[in-house]
Design a protein around this ligand. Sequence first.
Ligand SMILES: C[S@@+](CC[C@H](N)C(=O)[O-])C[C@H]1O[C@@H](n2cnc3c(N)ncnc32)[C@H](O)[C@@H]1O
Length: 260
Amino acid sequence: MTRDQASSSGPIWSASALTGDPHQTADKANRVKAMFAAIAGSYDRNNRLHSLGRDQAWRRRAAALASIGPADRVLDVACGTGDLTEALAREGPGEVIGVDFTEPMLELARRKSADQRRPPGFPTPTYQLADAMDLPFDDGVFDVVTIAFGIRNVADPGRALLEFRRVLRRGGRVVVLEFGRPRGRLARFGSDLYCKRIMPVTATWIAHDRSGAYRYLPRSVATFPDGDAFESLLAAAGFETCRTHPMTLGIAVAYRGIAG
Ligand SMILES: C[S@@+](CC[C@H](N)C(=O)[O-])C[C@H]1O[C@@H](n2cnc3c(N)ncnc32)[C@H](O)[C@@H]1O
């Protein structure tokens, strides 16, 4: 499904497509790609606004959890417009590569990267087109692999996690940043109201979106494994010492594991 097909043949994520579990949709990968191509231009603006300015702090915390050393090779998967990739570069590794399968998101990442002023000695990220489930890298060549708000969008998250383990050296770190579901009743009520009722309307309006991206977002969070269930996915892919780090009442969560 291309972006043009999406707009000419109705929303990518119609209300009926979201009645069940969107992760089980047969053509999830094509829908996700077309959806991000459709919203790329307003993606950063919507993130800043709808996280009330917290999203960059979540990415900085995820980058810090990667414990990056000066010689480290770092891979940021599903890098989108490159915000986590840039935060990783500012941790001072040897090299940072961002990969994504949606070209319009990567175009923005490259443009933003060219405008950045980094202190001397900090690497400039490189960006390339690649699928999280079939990474174009040899085994064991990275010290750190990260993914922010991406694993939920991948068609087969388990397969992607196995790819992350394959390209990491033994002892390398994986850091996954995702939306969580707050545990406290009040926080959960507020978060549900905001994410399911308010944000889909305002974000759709800001993006002039017809893809259904901001209806898909809360539904994809609600139906994706979190907490212990996500740690189990990491363990099944060969990661050890997995830990969950909740942020902002658990609205965002960083998972960290070590490649065993
Ligand atoms: C919500 S955006 C996150 C972007 C960025 N990491 C951030 O922190 O804002 C999700 C990204 O995942 C990408 N994506 C989804 N499935 C993918 C896959 N199989 N391979 C590569 N990228 C994928 C999309 O193209 C999109 O750019």
